[in-house]
Design a protein around this ligand. Sequence first.
Ligand SMILES: [Zn+2]
Ligand SMILES: [Zn+2]
Length: 345
Amino acid sequence: MKAFALYGKEDMRLEEMELPALERGALLLRVLACAVCGSDARMFFNGPTARYTLPIVLGHEFVAQVEAVGEGVDGYSVGDLVGANSVIPCMRCPACTSGKNNICYNQKLFGVHIPGGFAEYVYVPPQMVAVGGIVRLPAGVDLRAAALTEVLACCVHGLRQVGGVDPNDEVLIVGDGAVGLTFLQLALLAGARRVVTSGRRPRRRELATALGAHETIDAKQWSLADYARAHGLQPSLAIVAASSPEATAEALAVVRPGGRVLLFSGYLPGTSVPLDVNAVHYRETLIVGSIDSTLGDFHDAAALLPRLRMGELVTHAYPFAQTVSAFYSTREQDAVRVLVTMDQD
Ligand SMILES: [Zn+2]
Ligand SMILES: [Zn+2]
């Protein structure tokens, strides 16, 4: 099969790779589309980290069709439209046994430890099939939306981390990329009475408005504190979906007493943010992190797809042969999510 393998900083090559023989319990998927996640782009542009060994086929935001079903696998047929949770959990470690299989101590990730979706095929090891990490998607769901199931699952997880959203919530979403705009849709679906996004790019603010944001903040013009003061904004939940330590500090400062702050984005290694610990203490601020999604979150995300407008977050699409260009286009001003689509035959 053909796959794009990453060898180092901005060095990704199309190669002919051998597929493993289909083991008992495994699945072989034919990729239909794979989106470039911020984490893929970081691996491509920043070069290797200690997390993985090169070369690696990136990509965990893929939608695929079942191509072959290993012996002993029930519940899947050739041609099924499926998505995959990014984490392959062990189901035995303390995280897994307490229901937090997204932070499995022995986790393997598609596109980090095992070959991912920028390839014609993805081989799914028996362990992942056994735990239900490959999920059939609702019939009729658009391919662009389907490719973002994993993004949605991560956001479903993020909201679980802060106890959900309800109609009394005032939600501030810092960062209006694909993640921020997914949180926007989930907060609106939950009926939050005021949902405000903040970002620097006009195209994204337009998209936020089109998706129903009550207000959008031009972060080039306003600090969050100034905007909050001028517009009577007192978020009960602030979601940080931008890798900016400054924006994180601002979000911590504007959240109301008793409010929650969700740290969703990854930061550059070693990033720290000054924390007014007395403010956290006296105001009972809840600060919580979120990473990836549990198997349950992924199943819930698949079911939610028809109720959301995830496909609109895909602003650019490239054919498979131009995967490298797709990575570069993530840096374009008007890009939200960039998709690589396989040739349909
Ligand atoms: Zn991702
Ligand atoms: Zn585990």
